[in-house]
Design a protein around this ligand. Structure first.
Ligand code: GLU
Length: 290
């Protein structure tokens, strides 16, 4: 791999307060980069304008600074529309995208037909039943509609590279050899994921791949809940001709009942803990980092 230096990132969405899970992820990635003289950058995932707020972005900077985190640059997804657009056009011309007009109810109805058997769950929820699927660049490329990846066509497009591999240094089940991503698995268990949404250009799966390249990320450090999604990212990298970074999917911070922390659990937000008198050492201790 041709990365010149260790570089990682923290990529929060400015849609609510950072909680202990975010603090763990940010501190963990930051400590990892700094311990080897590497780069640590931020990415503000503000592409969803309906949910993103400037006040939450400001709060992210306040919380991270208070935690003692320094960063070597910030990329805001809302500035990246042209990059997402040109990648979508490239994928469209390859014949691996199609326009989808289904809403959630249509998808559920198609999957509940008796011949379908039990619906499969992929990284984005129900695996798409293929109702609108077409093969090849049919119609005219346009934005403002939902574009899905035709998973079978996409796998065929990179058939000479299959299976794809990525290196994983965090998930205990995958430390001894690279993780293999096969066409069969992608087609059956992931399906036709969304790469562009009606209201914003790049879905998470597209923007994360392009942004990791733009920020020259050598190691993607993030929560284990995104481990399955990495197979989609690996495929998008192959389609667009990008090298794959190394991945480190760390354990998730859970509450006392074993549930994953979410933004709605306001009680555990960094801001509230700070206001209640917690110190940075307290936070590090709470997330198991000291
Ligand atoms: N914005 C995502 C999150 O807050 C992180 C995505 C990533 O690190 O790839 O979970």
């Amino acid at each position: 791999m041709m990365f010149r230096e260790f570089a990682t990132r923290f990529a929060p969405s400015p849609t609510g307060p950072l909680h202990l899970g975010h603090a763990f992820s940010a501190l963990f990635a930051h400590d990892m980069a700094r311990s080897c003289g590497g780069r640590f950058v931020l990415r503000i995932e503000d592409i969803d304008a309906t949910r993103s707020r400037q006040e939450w972005e400001d709060a992210i900077y306040t919380d991270l600074t208070w935690l003692g985190i320094t960063w070597d640059g910030v990329l805001r997804q809302s500035d990246r529309s042209n990059n997402y657009l040109s990648a979508l056009r490239e994928l469209w011309d390859m014949g691996v995208l199609f326009e989808c007009r289904c809403n959630r109810r249509d998808i559920q109805a198609a999957l509940s037909a008796p011949q379908e058997g039990a619906p499969l769950m992929g990284p984005d929820g129900l695996v798409y039943p293929g109702t609108c699927r077409t093969t090849g660049p049919i119609g005219v490329f346009s934005t403002g509609s939902v574009l899905r990846l035709n998973m079978r066509a996409a796998c065929e497009h990179v058939a000479n590279q299959m299976p794809l591999f990525f290196e994983e240094t965090g998930h205990p089940d995958h430390l001894d050899k690279p993780v293999a991503v096969s066409s069969d698995w992608l087609i059956k268990h992931v399906g036709d994921v969304v790469l562009s949404r009606r209201d914003f250009l790049g879905s998470y799966h597209l923007s994360v791949v392009l942004d990791d390249v733009a920020q020259n990320i050598s190691h993607v450090v993030r929560g284990r809940d995104l481990f399955e999604a990495t197979s989609v990212h690996r495929l998008v990298q192959a389609l667009l001709g990008f090298d794959s970074p190394v991945y480190h999917h760390h354990d998730l911070i859970r509450d006392s009942r074993g549930r994953r922390l979410a933004k709605r659990d306001n009680a555990k937000s960094i801001g509230l803990l700070r206001d209640a008198g917690a110190t940075v050492s307290d936070i590090r201790l709470l997330v198991g980092l000291d």
